[in-house]
Design a protein around this ligand. Structure first.
Ligand code: PHE
Ligand code: ZN
Length: 884
């Protein structure tokens, strides 16, 4: 329908063409009559010409897939000739300076599979308005710089939809004589339409409350489907933790009387921060030890925090336009990561953040859809909820946090919130507030917002024993990206330390300075720059980019022994991990080369010793040991590999190394598996999580190595486990290796958990990512499985998303059949849910990284998708950009 792309190519929206809105809306009164066949939406807006504009001109409202029933200005219904309608807007040429506008539309939520606007998820009405869903509900200036006060009345069948929610406070309710009831909500805070929300359904409510730092009571209500009440404790606890953390860390207090969260099964993303009424994917809320893993518990806490933090960074201070998306997302991800670091282990959190950045954002920054943190054009804004806007955006905020230091940064955010409260602003306003609160000049730093591409740093070191100086020569290169051929040198903070030969950190002193601490942040601003330390008598080992102080690709000439040395001694825990990963990568690439040459692969002794040392050492932080022993994944290795990527060689080298490491260190892994067992009640606290992590990692190695005792232990654990972390910790490696008994265990798991959709997602994903079960035939079987559902994004992600991302060996099978199959699924999904289809289509975007045969096969599929006459704008953008 109107959803599909019209004949000609869609025109990009450009930041340079931004103009303030012609009309402003002060108040919005909405009335929803929720029905089984259709829903009627009546709105009453008070509108006025924007005084900032010399001439307001016609009133133009956004609207998509709406049936217009009536439109009236100041109470007078407009006739046919008095307005114009097209697929995306309603225009009224003649309007007064100030007026009330009434619009009535009819929509069909039960047929809405795109999950944008008002839709139904397992019988519950719910909304998703960010970024442009509100225009699928009613005609409205659907842009974030139009902020209004909303009053919402919802009318629905009392039996089927006893719970009727919207933003703000409940100010009235009643029953009608026809079996329907109504509830009225008023939101005291002006907000953009993307933060509007509505829910109608038969849901259970779990209630609690929080007393804020100034002593106000906030009611906390979490709504879930009946039967899930026992899975919200953790989310509720996390919410209270997040509220306390934002008070302590940013001085931000909750401004609401009631904070509501609703969990729905069908949701395109993780969760949504609608003012006072967050809507969450069930996967980001529901947890109990039997059904959720440690990673789920941690993810839930992070997402609850993230959405809560948006109440200030996003809602109280919002976006002028969608190019500013990272203003709320980058900052809020940074806040969320900091919250998680404080709750668990800061170095482990940092490692996980960096791993995610590298596996998702670095490839994006290096491919055809690369864009700056603040993009300057888009075809479909839904395609810009990217790792660049989120994760790189968070890195950019983090760099400023470290450049300013915690005190000045806090003064800067205080100033930002105080001066822009209730307004729609830009990333520039944020940077300026930080500058004003500190005496830092961030002019060159701003390039991080406007230049795409991951900078490369090349470091050479020079020791002069005579002069006792040590010099680091640093060169930077920002690669070319689409639309940006020439780059300027960036302002890059590089944190470094130096270790003497005994592994001690040296106090650092630069020419003409007093001696300082043992970490020094070098501020690189030129294309090439040298930094000299004095008083360095013996040749040290440099520890570079401590804490991953900037999102860059670093190249240096460390020898393997230096890496092993850093892994064993560096005081910076991130750099220790980094050295271990690099050691592992080098060894894997030697395996890749051997495999390609048809030679025998060999296991590196340095790696065996380093890993053995980690396992045997009594390193305090077990979580850190587990991180260090985790192999880099196939996708990350593919990203590091020189052209052409060889997914098969990567898979075989990684498999070989894992198995041989397990055999070489069998006793250590067995010991670690046994030593980290614990009885007692499950608790998702940092110590227990770390022990389970190390235990299950050891188990996975043992299974991979074909160690009999390990396989036995896994078979045992998969059915005796009392929590999902341990159950999956055994089942996953079994499925990965297909050891005898796996099929039976998978079947038993299914029988036990088939009624738990969140658990079924895991069951699907471990098969989709297994080289044995995730073959093309296997994936076809999973799609036909009765528990699979094409309309549920979690299921699509669990099978198709997991296959493309987590199983490159099978996805890139040389015959190209998986490509054809996958493109079929993209096209099929594009009719149902364009946002999800576009996300899947990204699997082909870096086809140029592969050999010519695979390139040709992938290009054929991209062309085939592009030619679909009904292709959505979402998928069209990804596919055309990929083809370049
Ligand atoms: N704004 C949401 C978040 O980051 C993400 C989201 C975007 C959800 C678009 C739905 C649609 O918290
Ligand atoms: Zn967000």
């Amino acid at each position: 329908m109107a959803d599909s792309r019209q004949q000609q190519s869609p025109r990009p929206v450009r930041l340079a063409e931004y103009t303030p809105p012609a009309h402003l809306v002060d108040t919005v009164q909405l009335r929803f009559e929720l029905g089984e066949e259709w829903t009627t939406v009546s709105s009453r807006l008070t509108v006025r010409a924007n005084p900032e504009r010399i001439e307001a001109g016609p009133l133009v409202l956004d609207g998509r897939e709406l049936e217009l029933l009536e439109v009236a200005v100041d109470g007078r219904p407009l006739g046919e000739g008095e307005y114009a309608l097209d697929a995306e807007s309603l225009t009224i040429p003649e309007v007064p300076e100030r007026f009330t506008l009434e619009v009535t539309t009819r929509i069909r939520p039960q047929e809405n599979t795109a999950l944008e606007g008002l839709y139904k998820s397992s019988g519950t009405f719910c909304t998703q308005c960010e970024p442009e869903g509100f225009r699928r509900i009613t005609y409205f200036p659907d842009r974030s710089d139009v902020m209004a006060r909303y009053t919402t009345t919802i009318v629905a069948d009392a039996q089927r939809y006893p719970v009727l929610l919207s933003n703000g406070n409940r100010i009235g309710a009643g029953t009608l004589t026809d079996g329907r009831h109504w509830v009225q909500w008023e939101d005291p805070f002006p907000k953009p339409s993307y933060l509007f929300a509505l829910v109608g359904g038969d849901l259970a409510r779990v209630a609690d409350s929080y007393t804020t730092m100034s002593g106000r009571q906030v009611a906390l209500h979490i709504y879930v489907e009946h039967g899930n009440e026992d899975k919200v404790d953790h989310a509720m606890r996390s919410l209270k933790e997040a509220m306390a953390w934002d008070e302590a860390t940013y001085g931000r207090e909750c401004d609401l009387d009631v904070y509501q969260i609703v969990a729905v099964e069908d949701f395109n993303m993780g969760a949504m921060e609608n003012k006072g009424l967050n809507i969450f994917n069930t996967s980001a809320i529901l947890a109990k030890p039997e059904t959720a893993t440690d990673a789920d518990f941690q993810r839930i806490e992070a997402i609850i925090g993230h959405e809560y933090f948006h109440n200030w960074s996003g809602n109280r201070v919002t976006l002028r336009d969608w190019f500013q998306l990272s203003l709320k997302e980058g900052f809020t991800v940074f806040r969320e990561q900091h919250f998680s670091a404080d709750r668990y282990s800061a170095p482990v959190q940092r490692i996980e953040d960096v791993r995610r950045l590298r596996t998702a954002q670095f490839p994006e920054d290096d491919g055809p859809t690369a864009h700056p943190v603040r993009p300057d054009s888009y075809i479909e804004i839904s395609n810009f909820y990217t790792p660049t806007v989120y994760e790189k955006g968070a890195e950019v905020v983090r760099m400023m946090y470290h450049l300013l230091g915690p005190e000045d940064f806090r003064r800067g955010t205080d100033l930002f919130f105080a001066s822009h409260d209730g307004r729609a602003v830009t990333t520039e306003d944020f940077v300026r507030a930080l500058e004003e609160a500190s005496d830092r000049d961030l002019s060159q730093f701003r390039l991080w917002y406007t230049q795409a591409g991951t900078p490369r740093l090349f470091v050479d070191a020079e020791h002069d024993p005579g002069a006792a100086t040590y010099t680091l020569h640093v060169r930077q290169e920002v690669p070319e990206t689409p639309g940006q051929a020439h780059k300027q040198p960036m302002h890059i903070p590089v944190a470094v330390g130096l270790l003497d030969r005994a592994g001690n950190a040296l106090p650092l002193r630069m020419e003409g300075e007093e001696p300082g601490g043992t970490t020094r942040v070098l501020e690189l601003r030129e294309a090439e720059q040298s930094f000299t330390f004095t008083g360095v008598g013996e040749d040290p080992v440099p520890s570079l980019l401590r804490g991953f102080s900037a999102p860059v690709r670093l190249e240096h000439d460390h020898r393997d022994q230096d890496l092993a040395f850093l892994l064993a001694h560096d005081e910076d825990l991130f750099t220790r991990w980094e050295a271990g990963q690099e050691l592992a990568c080098r060894s894997l690439f030697r395996g890749v080369a051997a495999y390609q040459a048809g030679d025998e692969m060999r296991l590196d002794e340095t790696l065996v010793e380093a890993f053995g040392g980690l396992l045997r050492g009594d390193a305090g932080d077990k979580a850190l040991v587990a991180e260090a022993l985790t192999q880099p994944d196939e996708g990350y290795l593919a990203d590091l590999m020189d052209w052409p990527v060889d997914p098969e060689a990567i898979h075989q080298a990684r498999r070989f190394t894992r198995a041989r490491l397990a055999q070489a260190l069998g006793d250590d892994f067995l010991y670690s598996y046994q030593a980290n067992q614990e009885g007692g009640e499950y608790r998702p606290d940092p110590g227990a999580i770390a022990r389970r992590r190390l235990k299950n990692l050891s188990l996975a190695y043992l299974v991979a190595g074909g160690v009999g005792e390990g396989i036995e232990a896994a078979r045992e654990q998969v059915h005796t486990a009392t929590n999902m972390t341990d159950r999956l910790g055994a089942l996953r490696p079994m499925v990965a290796e297909d050891v005898p008994g796996t099929a039976e265990s998978l079947e038993a798991f299914y029988t036990q958990w088939k009624d738990e959709p969140e658990v079924m997602d895991k069951w699907f994903a471990i098969q989709a990512t297994s080289p044995h079960y995730g073959t093309l035939a296997g994936i076809r079987r999973l799609l036909e499985h009765p528990a699979f559902n094409f309309k549920n994004p979690n299921k699509v992600r669990a099978v198709l998303g997991a296959f493309a991302r987590g199983n490159p060996y099978r996805f890139h099978a040389p015959d190209g059949e998986a490509y054809t199959f996958f493109a079929d699924q993209v096209l099929r999904l594009d009719r149902i849910n364009p946002q999800m289809a576009a996300a899947l289509a990204r699997a082909f975007s870096r086809f140029r990284r592969y050999d010519e045969a695979r390139q040709r096969l992938m290009r054929e599929q991209l062309e085939r998708i592009r030619q679909d006459p009904q292709l959505s704008r979402d998928t069209f953008e990804i596919v055309t950009k990929s083809l370049g």
